[in-house]
Design a protein around this ligand. Structure first.
Ligand code: AMP
Length: 479
């Protein structure tokens, strides 16, 4: 059994390893760490969850010096998504408690100013997403001439996401003498062809070959018509539990609508996709990690590299379009040796995609029976909902609804404008000057008495007859 000490790491980095709670190196760490310490370029095909972040961070940071004043970075890590950048930043910060490196992370979706300020103060390690890094290079806010170690993380994904021109530009801005470490969950010939020129006599570290799936994950398919998926999802959560579940959907709007539906059912759920701000995504992941949220509905933005411990299981609400994404999605569960579960909903339309996945992983994914799920009832409910929905969308039905609503509105207005029905005038009651509700003569007298009592209390009481006599007396005096 190999230990971290045997891999050649220094005491200060070994103390970081101990603090991080790693007892034994993972296979990719065992192979990569000695090579990186020797200064070799490497091309590593290791699937997500294998400990590859520490595999490049521990040895690189062990050898890395410290940049002077406002210079640096000496090490540059380029990764496709903001979440991965943040996650690498967290691992590097943990190691830096021992090595005292200054780390800056720059990602899209956040304001430029604080990132530019931090860069101007200099740094030892820069972790960046390609688009933002190119922007900052164009603004001359960063220079890469001091880079000694370049890490290209999730290289295949960066190329898939159309980052090849940016990656080439970034690589070209670093010195040729640099050490290059290329990590990718899946590596095929096209990647090797494209990135081959960026590496010098690379050592290949192959832990998982293309198409390998995490051995610790049990995976199944459930065949359903599209319309029944919401009901199936509910039944599945009820039967299998809902603590730390990720539901993958094909599009942002499908992730959002699943999220809304589950929220209406009372689940603690949030959606993560590229339309959510960086802060929203980070908050959701933090809440998911600390148990405030139980379910995340996501697009493939989340499929790669996001490290949330103990994801109970993954549901592929939609079959992924790229077969490789299946491996990444199910890699979210069963991490670092824990047992995981992945369940994929397959409609007749997505059978061909399932066949591509099975071809890639070289195995037939078994079918799962869900005892509690009544397909016939769910189909009947879906049909009723569809009819309702159709009725809602039908222009004729909507026209009639609008007319009825207008009519009701007009009737309401009319009733508000019409004065209250006239009451029969009572003798001595001047319409509009005295409340018509005075009622009988006896009541009038009572009211008069009450008014007089009030006036008396205020001190301006003048009984009618006495007042008239007074007026007469003053007239007589004037005469
Ligand atoms: P990564 O492949 O870098 O995303 O790492 C996946 C997970 O494995 C992270 O939660 C790490 O903290 C964890 N991990 C990395 N190396 C080790 C190790 N040697 N022992 C136990 N866990 C590890």
């Amino acid at each position: 059994m190999t230990t971290f000490e045997q891999l050649g790491l220094s005491k200060k980095v070994l103390s970081a390893v101990e603090r991080m709670g790693y007892k034994q190196p993972t296979p990719v760490q065992e192979k990569a760490i000695p090579l990186v310490l020797k200064g070799r370029d490497i091309i590593a095909a290791a699937q997500t969850g294998t400990g590859k972040t520490a595999a490049f961070s521990l040895p690189s940071m062990d050898k890395l010096g410290h940049a002077k004043g406002g210079s640096g970075p000496l090490m540059l890590v380029v990764t496709p998504t903001r979440e991965l950048a943040q996650q690498i930043g967290e691992v590097a910060s943990e190691i830096a408690v021992s090595t005292h490196h200054r780390i800056v992370t720059v990602v899209g979706g956040l304001s430029y100013k604080p990132q530019i300020d931090r860069l101007s103060r200099g740094c030892d390690i820069l972790i960046a997403t390609p688009g933002r890094l190119i922007d900052l290079m164009d603004q001359k806010a960063v220079r890469l001439a001091d880079v000694q170690v370049l890490v290209l993380d999730e290289a295949d994904r960066m190329l898939d996401m159309g980052f090849l021109p940016s990656v080439k530009k970034i690589v070209a801005a670093t010195p040729k003498s640099r050490q290059t470490l290329l990590f990718s969950a899946t590596i095929d010939k096209s990647i090797q062809d494209i990135t081959g020129k960026m590496l010098r006599d690379p050592a290949t570290v192959e832990i998982a070959r293309k198409g390998d799936v995490a051995e610790t994950v049990d995976h199944y398919v459930i065949r359903v018509p599209q319309s029944v998926k919401p009901a199936l999802l509910k039944a599945l959560l009820k039967e299998k539990g809902f603590f730390r579940v990720i539901v993958f959907a094909r599009t942002r709007s499908r992730a959002d609508s699943s999220c809304r539906r589950l929220r209406r059912e009372g689940y603690k759920v949030a959606a993560i996709h590229s339309d959510r701000s960086q802060n929203q995504r980070k908050r959701a992941l933090d809440q998911f990690a600390n148990g405030e949220l139980n379910i995340i509905t996501a697009t493939d933005v989340l499929a790669r590299g996001i490290d949330v411990d103990e994801v109970d299981y993954v549901i592929n609400y939609d079959v992924p379009e790229q077969p490789e994404d299946y491996i990444h999605r199910i890699g979210r569960t069963g991490r670092a040796g824990a047992k995981g579960l992945a369940i994929t909903f397959v409609t007749p339309e997505t059978e061909p995609q399932l066949r591509d996945i099975e071809k890639l992983i070289k195995k037939t994914i078994p079918e799962m029976e869900l005892g509690s799920f009544d397909l016939a009832a769910a189909e009947a409910e879906a049909a009723a909902n569809a009819i309702n929905g159709q009725a809602r969308r039908d222009p004729e039905v909507n026209k009639v609804k609008r007319e009825l609503a207008n009519r009701a509105q007009k009737a309401k207005q009319k009733s508000q404008e019409t004065p209250a029905p006239r009451r029969r005038k009572k003798k001595g009651v001047a319409n509009g000057t005295q409340k018509p509700s005075m009622g009988s003569g006896r009541k009038q007298k009572q009211n008069q008495k009450q008014r007089s009592a009030k006036q008396q209390a205020k001190g301006d009481f003048r009984p009618g007859r006495a007042r008239r006599a007074e007026v007469q007396r003053s007239r007589n005096r004037r005469k």
